[in-house]
Design a protein. Structure first.
Length: 173
C-alpha cells in the first residue's frame, strides 16, 4: 500500500508558534512558544511548573525523535538539578495531553517528538529517526473502510508507519 502524499516540511502550526528549518532532517517542526506551552498544559489540566516547561521546550527544539534518556541528558546540560524521573513523568504527561507522540525504536526503546494540537499520523525512519506527518486525507479513507468492514464507529486513531526515509534508502544503495 503506497502511503502518499506526505506533508513534507512539517506539520501545521498554531497561531502563537514559530517554525524553524531543521537542515539535518530537511523538515520544519513547530516550536512551541512559552505561552503555547502554558495554554496546552492548562488544557490538559496540568499546573505550570518550571520542570514541565523545560521538558516541553527541550522536546520542541529537538531536531529528531529523542528517547527519554537522550532528552534527560540534553536538559541536564543547562538544568543540572532536574531529576530523571521528573523528565520521564513530564514526557508521559505530554503524551497523555497530546503535546507529544511516542514512537518505538529498535530494542523497544520509546522515542518522543513534540506535536501540534492537530491530530495526525506519522512516518518514522528507523535509521535516522526522522518523523514526517501523513496527510489526513490519505488516512481518512482507510479509517472509513475499517469502520464499514467491521461495523465500527472509529472515534480516533493513531497510526505510525515505520521504515526508511528516501534519504536513508538512497544512502544504502
Amino acid at each position: 500500500m503506497a502511503i502518499s502524499p506526505v506533508i513534507e516540511n512539517g506539520s501545521q502550526t498554531m497561531a502563537d508558534e514559530t517554525e524553524c528549518q531543521i537542515p539535518a532532517a530537511g523538515l520544519i517542526l513547530a516550536h512551541m512558544s512559552t505561552s503555547s506551552i502554558d495554554t496546552r498544559l492548562a488544557a490538559g489540566g496540568r499546573r505550570r511548573t518550571a520542570q514541565r516547561v523545560v521538558v516541553a521546550e527541550a522536546l520542541a527544539s529537538a531536531k529528531r525523535a529523542l528517547s527519554a534518556q537522550e532528552l534527560y541528558e540534553r536538559i541536564r546540560e543547562t538544568h543540572p538539578t532536574i531529576g530523571r524521573a521528573t523528565v520521564y513523568r513530564a514526557l508521559e504527561q505530554q503524551v497523555e495531553d497530546r503535546m507529544a507522540s511516542r514512537f518505538e525504536r529498535e530494542g523497544h526503546v520509546s522515542a518522543y517528538i513534540a506535536c501540534d494540537a492537530e491530530h495526525h499520523h506519522h512516518l518514522v525512519c528507523t535509521n535516522c529517526q526522522r518523523v514526517d506527518d501523513v496527510a489526513e486525507d490519505v488516512v481518512a479513507p482507510m479509517l472509513a473502510a475499517v469502520g464499514r468492514r467491521h461495523d465500527f464507529a472509529v472515534d480516533h486513531a493513531a497510526l505510525d508507519f515505520y521504515g526508511l526515509c528516501a534519504r536513508c534508502r538512497s544512502r544504502r544503495r
